[in-house]
Design a protein around this ligand. Sequence first.
Ligand code: PRX
Length: 567
Amino acid sequence: MKVLKALPGKHWLAEYDETNTYDWKDAEQYFSWATTGKVNMAHEAIDRHAEGERANKDALIYFDGTTEQRFTYADMKRLTNKAANVLVDAGVKTGDRIFIFMPRSPELYFALLGALKVGAIVGPLFEAFMEQAVRDRLLDSEAKLLVTTKALLPRVPVGELESLEKVVLVDEDVEESDTLLDFRKAFEQASDVFEPVWLDREDGLILHYTSGSTGKPKGVLHVQNAMIQHLMTGRWVLDLQEDDIYWCTADPGWVTGTSYGIFAPFLNGATNIVVGGRFNPDFWYSVIEKYKVTVWYSAPTAFRMLMGAGADVANHHDLSSLRHVLSVGEPLNPEVIRWGKEAFDQRIHDTWWMTETGAMMICNYKSMDIKPGSMGKPIPGTQAAIIDDQGNELPPFRMGNLALKTPWPSMMRQIWNNPQKYESYFFKGWYVSGDSAYMDDEGYFWFQGRVDDVIMTAGERVGPFEVESRLVEHPAVAEAGVIGKPDPVRGEIIKAFIALRDGYEPTDELKQEIQAFVKEGLAAHAAPREIDFRDKLPKTRSGKIMRRVLKAWELNLETGDLSTMED
Ligand code: PRX
């Protein structure tokens, strides 16, 4: 099948025949490997446009409420070249893991794309992470260099990280040392000419740490080849056209912020808005108004918070530039879709995917009839199904495991340092997502919940084990079990059940102290919003806390089979 070109006034995929399977080979014509056999994400995303018709088009517009900075594709090419030269001078080599731990700013994007030009594997870290979360990730990946700020540096246990050779600080007036490097100074002096390191399609691109229900966060490795799917979903699903002003609200610390905050928009040569600062309904609407945002990709929690701020706030702004609005990360309530129609006359399009899938998998396209509450249909060239625990496909309306036929272009290629874990995701030719869902008789998929204990709070994925491990490090905590409790705004909040050590009293002060302890160790979003003290927690005979029983306690449900529970 030939790739359809967006026709003036028409959407990508408008003429897509749903019975057709897309041959991903067809997309190869858009990348340099079609001519040279080699590729580099930063070249395809930036340089290619800078060397062509889009040279003077705005690529990145950064705005934090007070300052605005604009960079064309030509600017981005020069500035990412400079960053690449800085990193090479600092000793970075192809395949090294380079972490970026800082709030959103243009420098974050220069450093990230510069690292990709060198052929490094980038590990982005959300700025809210605290010491233990930072340590776990840098240790596991054996990171060689970290780009960060003075303010965040105290959370980096540099002395304990053997592989970490250099820390690059992006602030003004950095006092340099053997390990500390002044980014701005080096950047000033660096050449703006750089030949990207040419890579194979299966070479590393990005390493996102994400949570499961057991163990520490896992490093999900994506490779250069993922760009095929970033490019095509940018067309098919985001429906990016030449004049679009695109805004993805996710932070690059999470997969949405890289795949759709960097790769998909730049691969498509779009104008990409990056907003710094904190969420605030009035500010967010003002961004749409100021920049005449046309395509907007955000998350249910944000939409619910905007909805909660009331129609008045929305009505103060001209939001008529919006032509396509999309959502990811949590179930999108039909109520929110109705509100979107009222507040800015757009139907919010849900998309489903995961860190592990690397790119969108099940989506509502612009040209398709939305069924509010459904995640949509698999994108062309992929196949999704509901399977039972034996790997058999289930018929429509039967609930089961949401699974994807392997492979697809942006599928994860490794769990860092853990091949056994990687294998465990795959079963009889399927990738098993950990979500439960059903498919209706028209091929639309409907999300039902997580199969495991992973918590989705305000769109952020938190593993209960990581929180429990931190909790039991507190001197007062003997045992802890953590669950997601349904919440009307955040989807779920984190709730901890705690049994105290002898000699500790279950007071409110202690609750607050424990909450602060988790915040300081992991991140604010990982701290339990609610804590219940209990004398004893339900455990299996082998000593595992039964979160299922905690959940049943919380929701007043039947506790189910308790045969494995200790007396
Ligand atoms: O449970 C699903 C939920 O988010 C999980 C993946 O989280 P993460 O790897 O952090 O990636 C989030 C953004 C790509 C999934 O297993 N999820 C994601 N999208 C949806 C969703 N749940 C319901 N509806 C969605 N559209």
